[in-house]
Design a protein around this ligand. Structure first.
Ligand SMILES: NC(=O)c1ccc[n+]([C@@H]2O[C@H](COP(=O)([O-])OP(=O)(O)OC[C@H]3O[C@@H](n4cnc5c(N)ncnc54)[C@H](OP(=O)(O)O)[C@@H]3O)[C@@H](O)[C@H]2O)c1
Length: 284
Protein backbone atom coordinates (compact mmCIF):
# COMPACT_ATOMS: atom_id res chain seq x y z
CA UNK A 1 0.00 0.00 0.00
CA UNK A 2 1.53 3.36 -0.98
CA UNK A 3 2.35 5.54 1.98
CA UNK A 4 1.26 8.83 0.56
CA UNK A 5 -0.12 10.66 3.54
CA UNK A 6 -0.84 14.35 4.04
CA UNK A 7 -1.58 15.98 7.40
CA UNK A 8 -3.14 19.43 7.83
CA UNK A 9 -3.27 21.01 11.29
CA UNK A 10 -6.24 23.10 12.45
CA UNK A 11 -8.35 22.04 9.49
CA UNK A 12 -11.90 21.89 10.86
CA UNK A 13 -12.63 25.30 9.29
CA UNK A 14 -11.28 28.26 7.37
CA UNK A 15 -8.14 27.95 5.28
CA UNK A 16 -7.17 24.55 6.73
CA UNK A 17 -10.53 23.07 5.76
CA UNK A 18 -10.15 24.45 2.22
CA UNK A 19 -6.63 22.97 2.01
CA UNK A 20 -7.97 19.54 3.02
CA UNK A 21 -10.76 19.88 0.45
CA UNK A 22 -8.23 20.81 -2.27
CA UNK A 23 -5.88 17.97 -1.31
CA UNK A 24 -8.76 15.48 -1.34
CA UNK A 25 -9.38 16.49 -4.92
CA UNK A 26 -5.73 16.72 -6.11
CA UNK A 27 -3.50 14.55 -3.92
CA UNK A 28 -2.92 10.89 -4.74
CA UNK A 29 -2.97 9.67 -1.17
CA UNK A 30 -4.60 9.79 2.24
CA UNK A 31 -5.49 13.21 3.65
CA UNK A 32 -5.83 13.78 7.40
CA UNK A 33 -8.16 16.51 8.59
CA UNK A 34 -7.13 17.24 12.17
CA UNK A 35 -8.63 19.51 14.82
CA UNK A 36 -8.19 20.24 18.51
CA UNK A 37 -11.90 19.68 19.06
CA UNK A 38 -13.10 16.24 18.01
CA UNK A 39 -16.74 17.21 17.37
CA UNK A 40 -15.83 20.17 15.18
CA UNK A 41 -13.32 18.05 13.25
CA UNK A 42 -15.65 15.11 12.72
CA UNK A 43 -18.47 17.31 11.48
CA UNK A 44 -16.03 19.02 9.08
CA UNK A 45 -15.13 15.56 7.73
CA UNK A 46 -18.82 14.76 7.32
CA UNK A 47 -19.26 17.93 5.27
CA UNK A 48 -16.52 16.80 2.91
CA UNK A 49 -17.95 13.29 2.72
CA UNK A 50 -21.28 14.76 1.60
CA UNK A 51 -19.57 16.23 -1.45
CA UNK A 52 -17.81 12.99 -2.31
CA UNK A 53 -14.42 13.33 -0.59
CA UNK A 54 -12.99 10.90 1.88
CA UNK A 55 -10.57 12.54 4.33
CA UNK A 56 -9.46 10.65 7.42
CA UNK A 57 -9.83 12.27 10.79
CA UNK A 58 -7.59 12.47 13.85
CA UNK A 59 -7.85 14.77 16.85
CA UNK A 60 -4.79 16.98 17.34
CA UNK A 61 -4.16 19.95 19.59
CA UNK A 62 -0.70 21.10 18.63
CA UNK A 63 -0.16 22.81 22.01
CA UNK A 64 -0.69 19.54 23.92
CA UNK A 65 2.57 17.60 24.22
CA UNK A 66 0.92 14.25 25.08
CA UNK A 67 -1.58 14.67 22.28
CA UNK A 68 1.23 15.39 19.82
CA UNK A 69 3.08 12.26 21.00
CA UNK A 70 0.05 10.03 20.64
CA UNK A 71 -0.72 11.48 17.19
CA UNK A 72 2.84 10.72 16.06
CA UNK A 73 2.63 7.19 17.51
CA UNK A 74 -0.62 6.65 15.68
CA UNK A 75 0.85 7.82 12.35
CA UNK A 76 3.94 5.67 12.91
CA UNK A 77 1.85 2.55 13.57
CA UNK A 78 -0.70 3.18 10.86
CA UNK A 79 1.44 4.56 8.01
CA UNK A 80 5.12 4.57 9.11
CA UNK A 81 5.63 7.89 7.34
CA UNK A 82 3.98 10.94 5.88
CA UNK A 83 4.75 12.84 2.70
CA UNK A 84 3.06 16.21 3.27
CA UNK A 85 2.72 18.34 6.40
CA UNK A 86 0.79 21.59 6.29
CA UNK A 87 1.15 23.64 9.47
CA UNK A 88 -1.98 25.75 9.29
CA UNK A 89 -3.32 25.99 12.88
CA UNK A 90 -3.06 29.51 14.21
CA UNK A 91 -4.68 32.24 16.27
CA UNK A 92 -4.97 36.02 16.11
CA UNK A 93 -6.19 38.54 18.68
CA UNK A 94 -7.89 41.29 16.70
CA UNK A 95 -7.16 44.93 17.55
CA UNK A 96 -10.29 45.31 19.67
CA UNK A 97 -9.43 42.30 21.90
CA UNK A 98 -9.66 43.17 25.59
CA UNK A 99 -7.21 40.58 26.95
CA UNK A 100 -3.99 42.05 28.41
CA UNK A 101 -1.20 42.32 25.87
CA UNK A 102 1.05 40.01 27.89
CA UNK A 103 -1.62 37.28 27.64
CA UNK A 104 -2.07 37.92 23.92
CA UNK A 105 1.68 37.68 23.38
CA UNK A 106 2.04 34.46 25.43
CA UNK A 107 -0.86 32.75 23.66
CA UNK A 108 0.02 33.91 20.17
CA UNK A 109 3.65 32.81 20.43
CA UNK A 110 2.63 29.55 22.16
CA UNK A 111 0.24 28.49 19.37
CA UNK A 112 1.60 30.09 16.19
CA UNK A 113 5.30 29.54 16.86
CA UNK A 114 6.14 27.20 19.76
CA UNK A 115 3.45 24.60 19.07
CA UNK A 116 4.14 24.66 15.33
CA UNK A 117 7.84 24.07 15.97
CA UNK A 118 7.30 21.38 18.62
CA UNK A 119 4.79 19.50 16.49
CA UNK A 120 7.03 19.68 13.43
CA UNK A 121 10.07 18.48 15.37
CA UNK A 122 8.01 15.59 16.83
CA UNK A 123 6.72 14.40 13.45
CA UNK A 124 9.95 15.10 11.54
CA UNK A 125 11.34 11.55 11.90
CA UNK A 126 8.19 10.34 10.09
CA UNK A 127 8.47 12.69 7.13
CA UNK A 128 9.76 10.71 4.22
CA UNK A 129 12.64 11.75 2.03
CA UNK A 130 11.29 13.92 -0.74
CA UNK A 131 8.44 15.09 1.51
CA UNK A 132 7.03 18.59 1.72
CA UNK A 133 6.40 20.90 4.65
CA UNK A 134 4.30 24.01 4.16
CA UNK A 135 4.07 26.55 6.96
CA UNK A 136 1.13 28.93 6.74
CA UNK A 137 2.62 32.33 7.43
CA UNK A 138 1.21 35.78 6.70
CA UNK A 139 2.25 39.14 5.30
CA UNK A 140 2.88 39.77 9.02
CA UNK A 141 5.79 37.32 8.81
CA UNK A 142 7.80 39.68 6.63
CA UNK A 143 11.01 40.71 8.40
CA UNK A 144 10.43 44.41 7.63
CA UNK A 145 7.53 44.34 10.12
CA UNK A 146 10.06 44.39 13.00
CA UNK A 147 11.34 47.94 13.56
CA UNK A 148 14.68 47.08 15.23
CA UNK A 149 17.52 46.37 12.81
CA UNK A 150 19.39 44.56 15.58
CA UNK A 151 16.45 42.18 16.06
CA UNK A 152 16.02 41.73 12.31
CA UNK A 153 19.69 40.77 12.05
CA UNK A 154 19.25 38.17 14.79
CA UNK A 155 16.26 36.61 13.02
CA UNK A 156 17.94 36.49 9.63
CA UNK A 157 21.33 35.19 10.74
CA UNK A 158 22.02 31.88 9.02
CA UNK A 159 23.99 30.87 12.13
CA UNK A 160 20.86 31.13 14.30
CA UNK A 161 20.17 27.76 15.94
CA UNK A 162 16.69 26.52 16.85
CA UNK A 163 17.49 26.92 20.56
CA UNK A 164 18.56 30.51 19.94
CA UNK A 165 15.40 31.20 17.95
CA UNK A 166 13.29 29.78 20.79
CA UNK A 167 15.17 31.97 23.28
CA UNK A 168 14.63 35.02 21.07
CA UNK A 169 10.88 34.35 20.96
CA UNK A 170 10.84 33.83 24.73
CA UNK A 171 12.65 37.13 25.25
CA UNK A 172 9.91 38.86 23.24
CA UNK A 173 7.20 37.48 25.57
CA UNK A 174 9.28 38.60 28.58
CA UNK A 175 9.72 42.08 27.09
CA UNK A 176 5.95 42.38 26.60
CA UNK A 177 5.40 41.22 30.19
CA UNK A 178 7.77 43.96 31.38
CA UNK A 179 6.24 46.58 29.07
CA UNK A 180 9.52 46.94 27.13
CA UNK A 181 8.51 45.51 23.74
CA UNK A 182 8.04 48.85 21.96
CA UNK A 183 11.17 50.42 23.44
CA UNK A 184 13.21 47.39 22.39
CA UNK A 185 11.99 47.64 18.81
CA UNK A 186 9.75 44.56 18.52
CA UNK A 187 6.83 46.62 17.21
CA UNK A 188 3.32 46.39 18.53
CA UNK A 189 2.04 43.03 17.26
CA UNK A 190 2.46 39.58 18.85
CA UNK A 191 1.05 38.10 15.63
CA UNK A 192 3.88 39.70 13.61
CA UNK A 193 6.54 38.25 15.93
CA UNK A 194 4.88 34.81 15.86
CA UNK A 195 4.87 34.71 12.06
CA UNK A 196 8.39 36.13 11.72
CA UNK A 197 9.41 33.25 14.01
CA UNK A 198 7.60 30.79 11.74
CA UNK A 199 9.46 32.14 8.72
CA UNK A 200 12.83 32.00 10.49
CA UNK A 201 12.10 28.37 11.43
CA UNK A 202 11.06 27.57 7.84
CA UNK A 203 14.40 28.70 6.39
CA UNK A 204 16.35 26.95 9.15
CA UNK A 205 14.48 23.70 8.56
CA UNK A 206 14.96 23.99 4.81
CA UNK A 207 18.74 24.16 5.32
CA UNK A 208 18.63 21.18 7.69
CA UNK A 209 16.46 18.94 5.49
CA UNK A 210 17.84 19.90 2.09
CA UNK A 211 19.97 16.75 1.83
CA UNK A 212 16.95 14.54 2.43
CA UNK A 213 15.14 16.22 -0.44
CA UNK A 214 12.47 17.49 1.96
CA UNK A 215 11.13 20.81 0.75
CA UNK A 216 10.17 23.39 3.37
CA UNK A 217 8.37 26.59 2.41
CA UNK A 218 6.19 29.23 4.00
CA UNK A 219 3.33 31.09 2.37
CA UNK A 220 1.23 34.19 2.89
CA UNK A 221 -2.23 33.01 1.76
CA UNK A 222 -3.73 36.50 1.31
CA UNK A 223 -6.43 38.22 3.32
CA UNK A 224 -8.71 35.22 3.76
CA UNK A 225 -12.37 35.43 4.76
CA UNK A 226 -12.56 33.28 7.88
CA UNK A 227 -13.52 33.35 11.54
CA UNK A 228 -10.06 34.77 12.25
CA UNK A 229 -11.00 37.96 10.36
CA UNK A 230 -14.68 37.83 11.45
CA UNK A 231 -15.51 37.16 7.81
CA UNK A 232 -13.54 40.12 6.45
CA UNK A 233 -11.06 39.51 3.66
CA UNK A 234 -10.50 39.72 -0.06
CA UNK A 235 -10.25 36.02 -0.94
CA UNK A 236 -12.25 32.92 -0.09
CA UNK A 237 -10.54 30.12 1.84
CA UNK A 238 -10.54 28.10 -1.41
CA UNK A 239 -8.66 30.90 -3.20
CA UNK A 240 -6.26 31.26 -0.27
CA UNK A 241 -5.61 27.50 -0.39
CA UNK A 242 -4.34 27.48 -4.00
CA UNK A 243 -0.65 28.22 -3.30
CA UNK A 244 -0.38 26.24 -0.04
CA UNK A 245 -1.69 23.24 -2.01
CA UNK A 246 0.67 23.87 -4.92
CA UNK A 247 3.61 24.02 -2.48
CA UNK A 248 2.47 20.70 -0.99
CA UNK A 249 2.18 19.00 -4.37
CA UNK A 250 4.66 20.61 -6.76
CA UNK A 251 6.94 23.13 -5.08
CA UNK A 252 9.31 24.98 -7.39
CA UNK A 253 12.04 25.03 -4.78
CA UNK A 254 12.56 25.15 -1.06
CA UNK A 255 13.27 27.76 1.59
CA UNK A 256 10.83 30.13 -0.12
CA UNK A 257 8.45 32.73 1.31
CA UNK A 258 5.63 32.68 -1.21
CA UNK A 259 3.24 35.61 -1.52
CA UNK A 260 -0.50 35.22 -2.10
CA UNK A 261 -0.04 35.74 -5.86
CA UNK A 262 2.26 32.71 -5.97
CA UNK A 263 5.56 34.56 -6.36
CA UNK A 264 8.42 34.08 -3.90
CA UNK A 265 9.40 37.32 -2.13
CA UNK A 266 12.67 38.13 -0.35
CA UNK A 267 12.01 37.85 3.37
CA UNK A 268 14.46 40.59 4.24
CA UNK A 269 13.68 42.84 1.26
CA UNK A 270 11.23 45.75 1.19
CA UNK A 271 7.71 45.24 2.55
CA UNK A 272 5.86 43.57 -0.36
CA UNK A 273 2.39 44.68 0.72
CA UNK A 274 0.68 46.72 -1.96
CA UNK A 275 -0.77 50.14 -1.44
CA UNK A 276 -4.25 51.08 -2.62
CA UNK A 277 -5.16 54.78 -2.76
CA UNK A 278 -2.16 55.64 -0.64
CA UNK A 279 -3.11 53.17 2.11
CA UNK A 280 -1.81 49.73 2.82
CA UNK A 281 -4.28 47.21 1.47
CA UNK A 282 -5.72 44.94 4.14
CA UNK A 283 -3.60 41.82 4.22
CA UNK A 284 -3.03 39.99 7.44
N1 LIG B 1 -7.50 34.77 7.55
C1 LIG B 1 -6.47 35.47 7.09
O1 LIG B 1 -6.65 36.57 6.51
C2 LIG B 1 -5.07 34.96 7.22
C3 LIG B 1 -4.04 35.70 6.61
C4 LIG B 1 -2.73 35.26 6.72
C5 LIG B 1 -2.46 34.09 7.38
N2 LIG B 1 -3.47 33.37 7.97
C6 LIG B 1 -3.12 32.15 8.67
O2 LIG B 1 -3.86 31.08 8.12
C7 LIG B 1 -4.05 30.05 9.10
C8 LIG B 1 -5.52 29.66 9.16
O3 LIG B 1 -6.26 30.79 9.54
P1 LIG B 1 -7.81 30.97 9.24
O4 LIG B 1 -7.99 32.31 8.67
O5 LIG B 1 -8.34 29.78 8.53
O6 LIG B 1 -8.36 31.04 10.74
P2 LIG B 1 -9.52 30.23 11.50
O7 LIG B 1 -10.70 30.10 10.64
O8 LIG B 1 -9.63 30.90 12.82
O9 LIG B 1 -8.89 28.76 11.69
C9 LIG B 1 -7.83 28.53 12.55
C10 LIG B 1 -7.75 27.04 12.79
O10 LIG B 1 -6.66 26.79 13.68
C11 LIG B 1 -7.16 25.93 14.71
N3 LIG B 1 -6.38 25.99 15.93
C12 LIG B 1 -6.17 27.02 16.76
N4 LIG B 1 -5.43 26.64 17.79
C13 LIG B 1 -5.15 25.32 17.61
C14 LIG B 1 -4.44 24.35 18.35
N5 LIG B 1 -3.86 24.63 19.52
N6 LIG B 1 -4.34 23.09 17.85
C15 LIG B 1 -4.92 22.78 16.69
N7 LIG B 1 -5.64 23.64 15.97
C16 LIG B 1 -5.75 24.90 16.43
C17 LIG B 1 -8.60 26.38 14.90
O11 LIG B 1 -9.35 25.41 15.65
P3 LIG B 1 -10.71 25.81 16.45
O12 LIG B 1 -11.82 25.81 15.45
O13 LIG B 1 -10.81 24.73 17.46
O14 LIG B 1 -10.49 27.17 17.06
C18 LIG B 1 -9.02 26.48 13.45
O15 LIG B 1 -9.29 25.21 12.92
C19 LIG B 1 -3.50 30.62 10.40
O16 LIG B 1 -2.18 30.15 10.61
C20 LIG B 1 -3.48 32.13 10.14
O17 LIG B 1 -2.52 32.80 10.93
C21 LIG B 1 -4.78 33.78 7.90
Amino acid sequence: MPNNVAVVTGSNKGLGFAIVEGLCSNYDGIVYLTSRDENRGKSACEELKKIGYNPKYHQLDITDEDNVKSFCNFINQEHKEIEVLINNAGILFLKDSTEPKSYQAEQTIAVNFTALVNFTEAILPLIKNGGKIVNISSSSGHLSRIPSEELRNKFRSIDLSLDELKRLMKSYVEDVREGKDIEKGWGDSPYVISKVGVNAYTFMLHRKLFNKGITVNCVHPGYVMSDMTRGGGSVTPQQGAVHPIRLALKPEGGGLYVWHDGTPVPWDGPDPRTYIDGQLSKQK
